[in-house]
Design a binder for this molecule. Structure first.
Ligand SMILES: C[S@@+](CC[C@H](N)C(=O)[O-])C[C@H]1O[C@@H](n2cnc3c(N)ncnc32)[C@H](O)[C@@H]1O
Length: 289
C-alpha cells in the first residue's frame, strides 16, 4: 500500500520525489545555495557558480533581496497595519521568514506561503510553524494562475477577504518570461484583492550592470542551461504598478527602499541589480497593462 508522504495533500497523486528532477537547476534550490543553505543539488550549485562567474555580486544581491523582504514585511505589519500575508514564490525557508517577522509584530497575523516547487512546499510545511495566535498555511500553486491560488481552500480558510491582504512577489516575477502574462497576473490580483490591500515586488534588472557583465550574462542566456529568466528595465518594472498608489519612496533599487540605518553601510545599487516597490490598492484601481 502506498501512503501519501508528509506534507503532500492526500489528493495529490504524484509524490514529491516523482516531481523533482535534480539534474535540472531549479531557482529555489540555486537561491538556497547562494544563501548558504543545504537544500540543493549538484546541478543547482553548478548553475549558481556559472551565474556567479558572470555576475560576481549575485550573493550580495540575493542577501540584499532578503533584507528588502524583511523591511517590507516590517513596514506592512507595523506601519500599514496589515495582518494577512500571501507570499507567492516563497522559496526554501530562510530565517527570518515572513511569518516570523509579521507575527513578531502582530502575533495573530495570518500568512499563506505559495510556491510551485513541491520540494519547497515539503520544507515549508515541516519548518514554518507560526505562533499559536496566528495562522500559517501552505499551498502548492503557480503564480501563472492567480485565480486558482486565490480560490484555494487554505487561502480562503486562512484569510478574511473583507480585510486587506498583502501579496508578496519577491524575486519571482523574473522567472516569468512572458510579459503579457506577467502584467495580466498583476491585473488579476489587483482586481480580486480587497481594497486597502498591498502588493510588494522585487525583480531583477540589468539596468545598472556594466557592459562586460552584460556580455557574460548574454553568453550564459544563449547557452540556455540555467532556465528562463527575464530581467526588466525600470520602465518595465514600473508597469506592474500602473494605476496603483506607490508607497514612499516608490520604485527604486531595492537597497534604497526604506533602508535600515543599522547595519550600515549596505551594498550599493550598482552591485544589487534589482528593483523594489510596494503599492496600495485602493477601491476601483486597476493596472493598465
Ligand atoms: C529566487 S526564489 C525567491 C524566494 C523568496 N521569495 C525570496 O525572495 O527570498 C524564487 C521562488 O519562486 C518560485 N517560483 C518560480 N516560478 C514560480 C511560479 N510560476 N509560481 C510559484 N512559484 C514560483 C521558485 O520555486 C522559488 O522558490
Amino acid at each position: 500500500m502506498t501512503t501519501t508522504p508528509p506534507g503532500i495533500p492526500a489528493d495529490d497523486a504524484t509524490a514529491p520525489a516523482d516531481k523533482i528532477d535534480v539534474t535540472v537547476p531549479h531557482p529555489a534550490r540555486r537561491y538556497d545555495y547562494w544563501l548558504g543553505g543545504k537544500d540543493n543539488f549538484a546541478a543547482d550549485r553548478e548553475s549558481g557558480d556559472r551565474i556567479a562567474e558572470a555576475y560576481p555580486d549575485i550573493v550580495t544581491s540575493v542577501r540584499e533581496n532578503r533584507r528588502y523582504m524583511h523591511r517590507v514585511v516590517r513596514y506592512l505589519a507595523a506601519e500599514a497595519g496589515i495582518t494577512q500575508f500571501l507570499d507567492v514564490g516563497t522559496g526554501i525557508p530562510t530565517e527570518p521568514n515572513v511569518h516570523q517577522i509579521a507575527q513578531g509584530i502582530t502575533p495573530a497575523a495570518r500568512v499563506v506561503y505559495v510556491d510551485n516547487d513541491p520540494l519547497v512546499m515539503v520544507h515549508n510545511r515541516a519548518l514554518m510553524i507560526g505562533t499559536p495566535e496566528g495562522v500559517t498555511g501552505y499551498v502548492e500553486g503557480d503564480l501563472r494562475d492567480p485565480g486558482r491560488i486565490l480560490a484555494n481552500s487554505t487561502v480562503h480558510d486562512t484569510f478574511d477577504f473583507g480585510k486587506p491582504i498583502a501579496v508578496l512577489l519577491i524575486a519571482v516575477l523574473h522567472f516569468l518570461d512572458d510579459d503579457q502574462q506577467a502584467y495580466s497576473i498583476m491585473s488579476e490580483l489587483v482586481d480580486r484583492l480587497p481594497p486597502g490591500s498591498y502588493v510588494a515586488i522585487s525583480q531583477a534588472t540589468y539596468d545598472p550592470l556594466p557592459e562586460e557583465t552584460l556580455e557574460r550574462l548574454r553568453v550564459l542566456a544563449e547557452r540556455g542551461k540555467d532556465g528562463p529568466f527575464r530581467p526588466r528595465t525600470r520602465n518595465e518594472f514600473e508597469k506592474f504598478f500602473n494605476g496603483l498608489s506607490l508607497v514612499d519612496p516608490g520604485v527604486c533599487s531595492l537597497v534604497d527602499w526604506r533602508p535600515d540605518l543599522i547595519p550600515s553601510p549596505q551594498a550599493g545599487a550598482e552591485a544589487v541589480a534589482a528593483y523594489g516597490a510596494v503599492a496600495r490598492i485602493d477601491t476601483g484601481q486597476r493596472t493598465g497593462s
